[in-house]
Design a protein around this ligand. Sequence first.
Ligand SMILES: [Zn+2]
Length: 65
Amino acid sequence: MGKRKPVVGPPGGGLGAVEVTVLACRCRCGHEWVTRNREKPRVCPKCKSPNWDKPKKWEWAPDRQ
Ligand SMILES: [Zn+2]
């Protein structure tokens, strides 16, 4: 069997806890990424769409069965 991955600890290798705020984002193009910025990204880093967090109206089917 392979080696186990080391547990990721706080920065610097010290003990303790750090608060890390991340935003998990998913664009309507399907791209997913995580940003450490507290503010919402303006554009998708992949497709550069400024409306990445809004569904395409012409694709959005809330009543899809
Ligand atoms: Zn995108």
